[in-house]
Design a binder for this molecule. Structure first.
Ligand code: KG4
Ligand code: ZN
Length: 345
């Protein structure tokens, strides 16, 4: 990797506007502007997200360059998230990246957001040692839940994925019915650490192979809580920590069962997690236990590289820069960009 290559990465796939500068393999800055506006709606409102990206993108990029102490004319290339994500959000980052690349006369590099979540493990300070190929990566975010077999940097195969809600979506939707703010995932995590995870039992999904389903857990919690509220209107308030702990246990157990099955079936013990839900303390603990009792080599990203960030985009752009994989200035955003795009064997 060329030590002098400086890349600006831009991420705008959902509700975080982020910009990062990478030099060689070292992250010099990683700035994110999150959008509090969605909290009152209990979820991301696409139109509001793209408007907020438009307001945030210039100051975020400026801050990122300032923190990295880099002048615009020192930038070697611009990397940006092409997809998957919300189209209106992606368009803001894509058009900004295209215009900047054109005005600075530097190459443009398109990045798949999900590949970036996985490849964040290769950022210099992300792990003491990066995972070895082939490894399995449980990729869990607000929009995706999948077990990915990572054969090489850009050779990824989805072994299984959710057939309905994503794990992060389940945390957020169940949190909403427990009257928590959006995004509820981190709140369920925090409160759950104070509760008893065996206090309540919710039904677990039955789906074949390595696939997942989370909408049934949500319904199971909904019916249970509705029934309890009839007898006791303060049920949620009085049992919030236990409810959060039990919901978290159900979701994490569900995630781990399939990951353990895939590890066994494929004979792989290099196991990583990625995406926003990989910040979850119970999931991290479960991974640690498998490292201890099953001999897994476990890779858990640093907290700042779990939720959406531009450092991971800049990292992948570096890899593509080395390979000369540049995008034409006519490229457009792709809301349904497939992670298996470069999988050829
Ligand atoms: O990767 P990410 O930032 O955005 C997407 O690409 O979706 O993931 C956001 C998701 C949200 O659903 C959020 O509730 C969840 O990750 N999340 C968590 C935790 N931190 C973030 N879920 C459970 N526990 C956490 N600590
Ligand atoms: Zn993400």
């Amino acid at each position: 990797m060329s030590e002098s290559t400086i890349i600006l990465g831009i991420e705008s796939s959902c509700d975080d506007t982020s910009a990062a500068v990478i030099k060689g393999n070292t992250i010099l800055s990683n700035i994110a502007a999150s959008q509090a506006i969605h909290n009152e709606y209990g979820g991301v409102v696409p139109e509001l997200a793209s408007r907020a990206h438009q307001q945030n993108i210039i100051p975020t990029v400026q801050k990122s360059l300032l923190q990295a102490n880099i002048q615009q004319n020192a930038i070697s290339a611009i990397g940006f998230t092409r997809g998957p994500g919300l189209l209106g959000s992606l368009l803001v980052g894509t058009s900004f990246a295209k215009s900047l690349a054109m005005s600075l006369n530097v190459p443009l590099i398109e990045v798949n957001h999900l590949q970036a979540h996985i490849l964040a493990h290769f950022i210099d300070d992300a792990n003491s040692v990066p995972p070895k190929f082939p490894f399995l990566c449980l990729t869990v975010s607000g929009g995706h839940t999948m077990i990915v077999l990572v054969k090489d940097y850009f050779k990824m195969q989805i072994l299984g994925k959710t057939i309905d809600d994503a794990a992060g979506e389940a945390f957020d939707k169940i949190g909403k019915l427990l009257e928590l703010d959006y995004p509820a995932g981190p709140i369920v995590d925090r409160l759950g650490q104070l509760g008893n995870e065996d206090a309540f039992v919710f039904s677990k999904p039955k789906v074949p192979d390595y696939d997942y389903s989370f909408s049934g857990i949500k319904t199971s919690v909904l019916y249970f809580v509705q029934k309890k509220l009839k007898d006791n209107p303060d049920f949620i308030e009085q049992n919030l920590n236990d409810l959060c702990a039990s919901v978290q246990k159900t979701i994490v157990d569900t995630l781990m069962v399939k990951l353990e099955k895939a590890a066994l079936d494929y004979g792989i013990n290099e196991i990583a997690i990625a995406g926003g839900v990989s910040a979850n303390s119970a999931l991290r603990k479960a991974m640690g236990e498998n490292a201890k009792f099953k001999g897994w080599n476990v890779y858990i990203p640093k907290f700042e590289y779990t939720t959406d960030n531009a450092a991971m985009i800049a990292m992948v752009a570096q890899l593509k820069y080395e390979r000369g994989e540049f995008a034409p200035l006519t490229i457009s955003a792709s809301a349904r960009y497939d992670i298996e795009q470069d999988f050829d064997s």
